[in-house]
Design a protein around this ligand. Sequence first.
Ligand code: C2E
Ligand code: CA
Ligand code: CA
Length: 454
Amino acid sequence: MHSFLFPILIVIVAAFFVLIFYFLRRLKELYKKAYIDDVTGLYNRVYFHDEVQKILEKNPNQKYALMATNIVHFRTIYGSYGPELGNVILKFFAEKAVSIRNDVLVARAKEDKYQILLPYETKQEIIDYIEKLSQLVHTFSSETVPTKLYIRCGVGLMDGQTDVSFFRMLSYVELARKEAINRACTYYFFDTEMGERLRREKEFSDIMESALQNGEFKVYYQAKHDIVENTVIGAEALVRWDSSVKGFMKPDEFIPVFERNGFVIDLDFYVLEEVCKMLRSQLDCGKRAVPVSVNQSRMHFLHDDYCERMRQVLLKYSLPPGLIELEITETAYMNMSGSKEKLIELKNMGYQLSIDDFGNGYSSFPLLFNVPIDTLKIDKDFLFSAGNRTTREILLKMIVEMSKEMNLSIICEGVEKEEQVDFLLSNGCKNVQGYLYARPVPESDYLDGNYLKF
Ligand code: C2E
Ligand code: CA
Ligand code: CA
């Protein structure tokens, strides 16, 4: 070889290595960008999904728990204290999640959501992992965040028993995490009961819109009575679903599903309009129309346009004020921000307001002072199953006295027996609703008066 070629060769080889070096560095950067979360240093969702599928394929006999986890109130903390502290918390969680076991795969999916894959033999191992993680996360302390941090975790078992795909399981695990949030517990395992519930919910969701269009939802009316005067003083509208697919259903079967998927909003407006139509036609025919109450889901209070929509309905049917009463449970106005203002607005429009299921759990007289309520509807279980007769008497007397002071009317629901009537009358409650007097009946029967039992 010519001697002058040698240095050239060296330069070419060196340049080649430099290129390779830069190429590898660039590749590493791209890899990091594609797979590593830059806040926590954990893998991101893309990597996690690829990796888990490979792991599951390679280890068909190993059982794995798939988890979706989040930090309670993280958004509020982030919004109040800023990204700097938010990122410290995200990192803190990440470090703790990987520190408990070295065979765990942890990824940050987005915001404060993490996904975790844990091999296990017994369910207790999974619980131990979550409880340890929860304890470690509690230990986070900062001068700026005055409260402890909590986690919520949804868990799904990939134990070879089910043929659920990884991505399907991931969506189940998400639902289990939401269930943990709803139940305010640290973890919730996706189980067959939940699977069955989801299947039913899906089934209902597929047919509910067309059911509404096809008039499958029917409004039944249950009269309310003044037992001293022996007169009908009003009625409650109660929805039924006469489904062409599922048969005839009472609301307990479908309202909870519709509360979860949001359809209850449309359904409640439908019921309200049906009631308005009925009252309008009564008035147009010159007949006596007694007030009708409609149930209002707590979900309405989450919607800013609720009051406006309610106003439009009143305008559309131009009903005189006081003919429609809204039955709202205590939890609706207690736990929703802005609900007090909404109730005041509804009251000013001409709706009567009634607290449904009063006494069932959250009763708080002081809170009633804040909202313009007209009626307390005493829950049947509260009155007829609480303690002995003396206790019940004390409770009822107290409610009657207080409602007099506050200028509220009261009505007791679920009255089935004569002795209950005696008890109510002797304690100053004369308005009742219950099977003893009338059952919920279709509109035509209600208007004929065929339902009355006296
Ligand atoms: P609720 O508002 O407490 O309605 C009273 C329930 O008690 C009704 O059941 C009624 O049929 C039943 N009931 C009436 N009298 C008696 C009695 O003497 N004994 C017994 N054991 N029960 C009696 P229903 O119609 O099955 O409704 C159940 C729940 O479904 C209602 O409870 C209400 O929370 C909800 N609901 C009904 N219709 C609607 C609606 O249009 N919208 C919304 N959001 N919820 C509704
Ligand atoms: Ca009610
Ligand atoms: Ca009730």
